[in-house]
Design a protein around this ligand. Structure first.
Ligand code: FAD
Length: 473
């Protein structure tokens, strides 16, 4: 494959056609382009198209299609499954598609396909606006939005894909099309939860909501032996709390920071992240019952929204080995809590201190959207179980991954059986995660926009002619 690309004049042709850089092995920048968030993924494309414009993306897509190349598309490179890089083929890197243009009157932000969430928040917050986005600033808008996207404010405003008003998409045949409620509606439905299956999204237009610049938010910590009791109290309280209250609980390793009491430092602890999506003064009374649970560390206080959006950054450095799962829970029964509290400290300890065993409370902002409105599924789940294992030494791969999988197996009686694909390291959960009917509808969109499956470096929806299975008529 590499030879045929390099011998055919394709590299020179693509260089001439693109405003952005084209890199091959040995070029400055090529090795950096091969590095993705999860260091378990070590792949080397033959060619990297560092796109700066939509036309660059068109040129790269046309080359890939005409030469039958493997394609990987990258926005922020955070796919833990390693879906934004390939061996031998063409990496279409959108990192040059920057730019966030805010229309404060229309409450819309036109956003380049390679923008990272920290960049998005910085610009939109200048206007006191936001859309639900990544909880780590270096995640890209591309994979995040096309896969759904849960942010801290989703409990109130829905998923990121629910806040997509319109998108510009380069399809497999090299056309540049608009997808919205009134243009290419099937494509618009598919890119909101169906991943990168239908084309390369070069621009996202997001609906914006007022928030900040100051929000009431932060983290709290309890000793691990209080986990069963605090988790029950949390569950009971959030069930009746307003949508503005966004929370998650996590078993983690208490950091060696000054604000952490000595007896907790380096130990397993129960953490809680909380944010009030609204006026901080109104939020004080809503958050107080969680503070009344008596954490030993309470950092929940008024702070800039952008600071809370960056609060997890130090715990998510690029370049470590990662294995993640994202399982929807049917609820949070006492059995689920006890199983979680029993296994989480040990599974956390199998990796290094960045490992975190999380349960997110999802909220009604997500469940209020009808299930058939977008390709995204499982809106009715109230909780998402998200064990993140992180480690450094390849010799530990089998042990750490086995511990994480065993944890997910122990939680299986409490899970719906479906996964949040954006959090999922394993590539075999696609059909189950959409369900049979929605999958058929996704196949119909695939048949319409990418019948030869050029875009298959993703949580893949296969076109009907390759599987013989019918799409939705
Ligand atoms: C540290 C960290 C924090 C995270 N936090 C959250 C969180 O708070 N909430 C949440 O829901 N998820 C979160 N995730 C998961 C995240 O949603 C997925 O990893 C997502 O794929 C990342 O988007 P990206 O653009 O960085 O991914 P990439 O790795 O660049 O791409 C992932 C997939 O999307 C496709 N893709 C990317 N851009 C485009 C595009 N413009 N058009 C078409 N296809 C495209 C790629 O081809 C690939 O298949 C987090 C992940 C990490 C590593």
């Amino acid at each position: 494959m590499t030879e045929s690309i390099l011998d055919g004049g394709a590299v020179d042709g693509l260089r001439a056609a693109m405003a952005g850089d084209v890199m091959i092995p040995g070029d400055a920048g090529y090795e950096d382009a091969c590095k993705v968030f999860n260091s378990m993924i070590a792949k080397r494309p033959a060619l990297v198209a560092h796109c700066a414009t939509t036309d660059d993306v068109v040129a790269a897509v046309n080359l890939a299609r005409d030469r039958d190349l493997e394609v990987a598309v990258r926005s922020g490179g955070h796919s833990v499954a390693g879906l934004s890089i390939c061996d031998d083929g063409l990496l279409i890197d959108l990192a040059g598609l920057k730019g966030v243009d805010v229309d404060p009157d229309a409450h819309v932000a036109r956003t380049g396909g390679g923008v990272l969430w920290g960049e998005f928040d910085a610009v939109t917050q200048e206007h006191g606006l936001h859309t639900p986005g990544g909880r780590v600033t270096t995640t890209g808008v591309g994979g995040f939005t096309t896969g759904g996207g849960y942010g801290w404010t989703s409990s109130k405003h829905g998923l990121t894909c629910d806040n997509l008003v319109s998108a510009e998409v380069v399809t497999a045949d090299g056309r540049v099309v608009t997808a919205s409620e009134t243009e290419n509606e099937d494509l618009f439905w598919g890119i909101r939860g169906g991943g990168g299956n239908f084309g390369v999204v070069t621009r996202f237009d997001f609906r914006l909501h007022e928030l900040g610049p100051i929000v009431l938010a932060g983290l709290a910590l309890w000793p691990i032996d209080r986990a069963p009791e605090v988790l029950r109290a949390w569950r009971d309280y959030v069930a009746g709390a307003p949508d503005e209250l966004s929370t998650a609980c996590v078993v983690l390793t208490a950091p060696p920071e000054e604000f952490v009491p000595d007896h907790l430092k380096g130990q397993a602890a129960l953490g809680m992240a909380a944010m009030y999506v609204g006026d901080p003064e109104e939020g004080a009374g809503v958050i107080q019952p969680l503070k009344d649970l008596g954490p030993e560390v309470d950092l929940i206080q008024p702070m800039p929204y952008t600071a809370f959006q960056a609060i997890l950054d130090p715990s998510a450095p690029k370049g470590l080995r990662n294995y993640w799962r994202g399982e929807y829970l049917t609820g949070l029964s006492d059995g689920a809590i006890d199983t979680f509290a029993e296994h989480a400290p040990e599974v956390r300890g199998a990796g290094i201190p960045f490992s975190q065993m999380i349960i997110f409370r999802i909220g009604q902002g997500v469940s209020a959207i009808p299930d058939d409105a977008t390709a995204f599924s499982h809106r009715d789940a109230e909780y998402l179980f998200h064990p993140i294992s992180v480690w450094e030494d390849p010799a530990d791969d089998d042990r750490v991954i086995a511990a994480n999988r065993a944890f997910a197996e122990a939680m299986r009686p409490f899970s719906t059986g479906a996964a949040y694909l954006n959090f999922t390291a394993d590539g075999d959960r696609v059909r189950d995660s959409y369900g049979a009917e929605k999958y058929k509808r996704l196949v119909a969109v695939k048949d319409n926009y990418d019948p030869e499956n050029l875009f298959r470096g993703n949580q893949n929806i296969e076109p009907s002619h390759t599987t013989g299975e019918p799409a939705l008529a």
